[in-house]
Design a protein around this ligand. Sequence first.
Ligand SMILES: Nc1ncnc2c1ncn2[C@@H]1O[C@H](COP(=O)(O)OP(=O)(O)OP(=O)(O)O)[C@@H](O)[C@H]1O
Ligand SMILES: CC(C)(CO)[C@@H](O)C(=O)[O-]
Ligand code: BAL
Length: 285
Amino acid sequence: MTKRITTIKEMQEITTTLKLKGNTIGFVPTMGALHDGHLTLLRRAKSENDISVASVFVNPLQFGPDEDYEDYPRQIEIDEQLLIDNGIDYLFYPSAEEMYPTVPMTIHVGEMASVLEGAKRPGHFDGVVMVVNKLFNIVQPDRAYFGKKDAQQLAIIEAMVKLFNHNLEVIGIDIVRENDGLAKSSRNVYLTEDERLEAVALFESLKEANKAFQNGERNAEKLQSIVINYLIEHTKGKIDEVAVYAYPELKPVDTITGQVFISIAVKYSKARLIDNIILKDERND
Ligand SMILES: Nc1ncnc2c1ncn2[C@@H]1O[C@H](COP(=O)(O)OP(=O)(O)OP(=O)(O)O)[C@@H](O)[C@H]1O
Ligand SMILES: CC(C)(CO)[C@@H](O)C(=O)[O-]
Ligand code: BAL
């Protein structure tokens, strides 16, 4: 049975005791509204560790003033039942008041947050790094699981773990998709019926670019155009970002040599959707 823990002190005491007894801890931080994407991460955490912990915390620090903090889907009872059904040991569900009694200092991510999602959402990754640091100190995981859907987040967390000397392994998990290819997201519920049908264009556009890449196209601008043209033809959603960047370095590229990712964001009436694909040039390996 999943145990719900709501205070930092209790969570920290539990994990400290478990670790002293030699248990390994697998941790999945989330903002709740759990779906198959989260559950895939959680199943990995459960299968690879003695103890599995999920956190559900809608982190105010990572939302901009015009973003959907208030409207972000919250459904803790349903989430808890999903954790029970999946045999997860602990649900950490802290309050914002306890997590941020005062905010006497901030963490500034800097360069890695100055591009892509970070540039579109100023301060977002500062908030993510703050909360994930806190969660790591509280839960003390041996392994922490993050989705590649948030590829920039994953790269920043990996850099943060090195910089802050967290003694844990970060594990990136492939994007989990609906049958038609749409990346699972808590925000998909905000799509209208028509938008939901059109939203398959995000992944389809990435597949078009991948096809060209597999056929030898190494010009980043050309791959970017393939994605943009596909999106323009197949969805009325507003293109917010299409970029080809070295991964995990997060630097723009002209000609692709190593590993890159194509990152896209499309705005619909009530939801901004993101997706990406990681492409690797194996020829120079
Ligand atoms: N479709 C997915 N496939 C793999 N991992 C995912 C997927 N969706 C979310 N995750 C991962 O789950 C963790 C928690 O994500 P989060 O709670 O923000 O969910 P979300 O559905 O991505 O929400 P939203 O898209 O609305 O921001 C993150 O590491 C995220 O990358
Ligand atoms: C990692 C995270 C749970 C931190 O709030 C959030 O950014 C998310 O859900 O990806
Ligand atoms: N998965 C990213 C969380 C956010 O959109 O704030």
